[in-house]
Design a protein around this ligand. Structure first.
Ligand code: NAD
Ligand code: UD1
Length: 363
C-alpha cells in the first residue's frame, strides 16, 4: 500500500511516517518545508532504516500535485499539511484560509482526478470552540473561535459535501486534542519556531534553560486547582491513530469524525509537576492574566475511536513528559538545518528543484 503523506516533515507527520514505515507501508512525502526541516525526514530514515520518496512541493501548486499522482500509484492520503498557529491566524487570516482551505481543495481535486478517494484529515479539537460540556463527544456543537480553527471547520464541511456528492469517498476527520511528547529514540520531536505558544514546548524550554520562567495563564478557572485543564496525548499514540483510521478508510466508504485524546484532563500546575519529575529540573513560574479566548477545560470522550477504529491512547503522562524531555535535552536547539542532506533525484517530470527525490541513506 502506497500512502501519500502531506506535511510529512512536520511534528505529527514525521511520527506518523515512522509508524507507517514500521508497519510496512510504502510512503511518499510532500512538504514545502515552510514549518519543518529536511533533517526530520532524515531522522525518520535513521529510526526505521527505510528510504522513501520526498517531494519538496507546495500543495497550493495543483500542477505539481498532479505530477506526483501521475508518477506514483497512490492508494490513500494522510493530509497534515497546513498552518497551525492560532495567534498568527488572527494576524494573517487570508494566508491561513488560502494555505489550509485552497491547499485542501487542490488536493481533493487532484485525488478525484486520479480516482484516489481514501483520505485521513488532520482536524483539531479547536473546532469545538468553547465546549458546552466535557468530556466532548463528536456530536457536540462545533464553533471554532479563531481563523485557524475556522479553516479546520470549513474543511470538515467541504469534505462532508464532497462525500455527499460522491459516496465512493472514504474520509476520516481526526480531531486531535493536545499532542505532546516525542519518539522514544529522542531523534524526532516538536521543533517550534521562535518562542513556543503551547504549554509543553514552553515548559521544556524553561527546563533546559532557554527560557527563564513559565507564565501560567490564570488560576481562577472553575477547575481542580484553578488552572486550565487539557487532554494531552502522546504524539506516538496519535500517529498510531492515523494507522487505525487508514485501515478503516481503506475498508469502507463514508465520512466520520473521531476525537483522538486520552479522555483525561491535566491542569497546568499538574503538568509542571509531572515535567519537574521527568526532567529532574525546577520549573519556575508565575501566575499571570488568562490568555484571551482560553477555555477552562477541554478533554475528549474518545470512545467512538475505540469502538469504530479499535484505537485507544496507551501512553501515560509520565511517558509524555519523559519523551518530551529526552527530545529537548538531546536537541536543545531543535533540528539544525543540515545542508549535507542531498536527495537523489528519481526519474521525475518535475523541475530540478521540486523533483521527486529519494532520501539518500548515505547522507
Ligand atoms: P507542523 O507545522 O509541524 O507540520 C505541518 C507541515 O505541513 C510542515 O512540515 C509544513 O512545512 C507543511 N506545510 C504547511 N503548508 C504546506 C503547503 N502549502 N504545502 C506543503 N506543505 C505544507 O504541524 P503539526 O503539529 O505536525 O500538525 C499537523 C497537522 O495537524 C496540521 O494540519 C495541524 O493544523 C493539525 N493539528 C495540530 C495540532 C498540534 O497541536 N500540533 C493540534 C490539532 C491539529
Ligand atoms: C492551543 C490552541 C488550539 C490548539 C491546541 C493544540 C490557542 C488559543 N489554542 O490550545 O487551537 O488546537 O493548542 O495545539 O492557542 N498555558 C500557560 N502558559 C503558556 C502556555 C499555555 O499557562 O505559556 C496554558 C493555557 O492557558 C492552557 C494550557 O496551558 O490552559 C494548554 O495551552 P496550549 O498548549 O496553548 O493548548 P490549548 O490552550 O489547548
Amino acid at each position: 500500500m502506497v500512502i501519500l503523506v502531506t506535511g510529512g516533515a512536520g511534528y505529527i507527520g514525521s511520527h506518523t511516517c515512522v509508524e507507517l514505515l514500521n508497519q510496512g507501508y510504502e510512503i511518499i512525502v510532500i512538504d514545502n518545508f515552510s514549518n519543518s526541516k529536511k533533517e526530520s525526514l532524515k531522522r525518520v530514515t535513521d529510526i526505521t532504516g527505510k528510504l522513501f520518496k520526498v517531494y519538496n512541493t507546495d500543495i497550493l501548486n495543483k500542477d505539481q500535485l498532479n505530477l506526483v499522482f501521475l508518477e506514483n500509484k497512490i492508494d490513500s492520503v494522510i493530509h497534515f499539511a497546513g498552518l497551525k498557529a492560532v495567534g498568527e491566524s488572527v494576524s494573517i487570516p487570508l494566508r491561513y484560509y488560502y494555505n489550509n482551505v485552497i491547499g485542501t481543495l487542490n488536493l481533493c481535486e487532484v485525488m478525484n482526478k486520479h480516482n484516489v478517494k481514501n483520505l485521513v484529515f488532520s482536524s483539531s479539537a479547536t473546532v469545538y470552540g468553547n465546549p458546552k460540556e466535557v468530556p466532548i463527544l463528536e456530536s457536540s456543537l462545533l464553533g471554532a473561535t479563531n481563523p485557524y480553527g475556522r479553516t479546520k471547520q470549513m474543511i470538515e464541511e467541504i469534505l462532508k459535501d464532497l462525500y455527499n456528492s460522491d459516496h465512493s469517498w472514504s474520509i476520516s476527520l481526526l480531531r486531535y486534542f493536545n499532542p505532546i511528547g516525542a519518539h522514544e529514540s529522542g531523534l524526532i520531536g516538536e521543533d517550534p519556531n521562535g518562542i513556543p505558544n503551547n504549554l509543553l514546548p514552553y515548559i521544556s524550554q524553561v527546563a533546559v534553560g532557554k527560557l527563564d520562567k513559565l507564565k501560567v495563564f490564570g488560576n481562577d478557572f472553575p477547575t481542580k486547582d484553578g488552572t486550565g485543564v487539557r487532554d494531552y496525548i502522546h504524539v506516538v499514540d496519535l500517529a498510531r491513530g492515523h494507522l487505525k483510521a487508514l485501515e478503516n478508510v481503506s475498508n469502507s466508504t463514508g465520512i466520520n469524525a473521531y476525537n483522538l485524546g486520552t479522555g483525561t484532563g491535566y491542569s497546568v500546575l499538574e503538568m509542571i509537576k509531572e515535567f519537574e519529575k521527568a526532567s529532574g529540573r525546577n520549573i519556575p513560574y508565575s501566575i499571570v492574566e488568562p490568555r484571551p479566548g482560553d477555555v477552562d477545560k477541554c478533554f475528549a470522550n474518545p470512545s467512538k475511536a475505540r469502538e469504530d477504529l479499535g484505537w485507544i491512547a496507551t501512553k501515560t503522562i509520565e511517558e509524555m513528559c519523559e519523551d518530551t524531555w529526552r527530545w529537548q535535552i538531546n536537541n536543545p536547539n531543535g533540528y539544525i538545518e543540515n545542508n549535507k542532506i542531498i536527495f537523489t533525484t528519481s526519474d521525475s517530470r518535475l523541475s530540478a528543484e521540486t523533483a521527486g527525490f529519494v532520501m539518500s541513506k548515505a547522507e
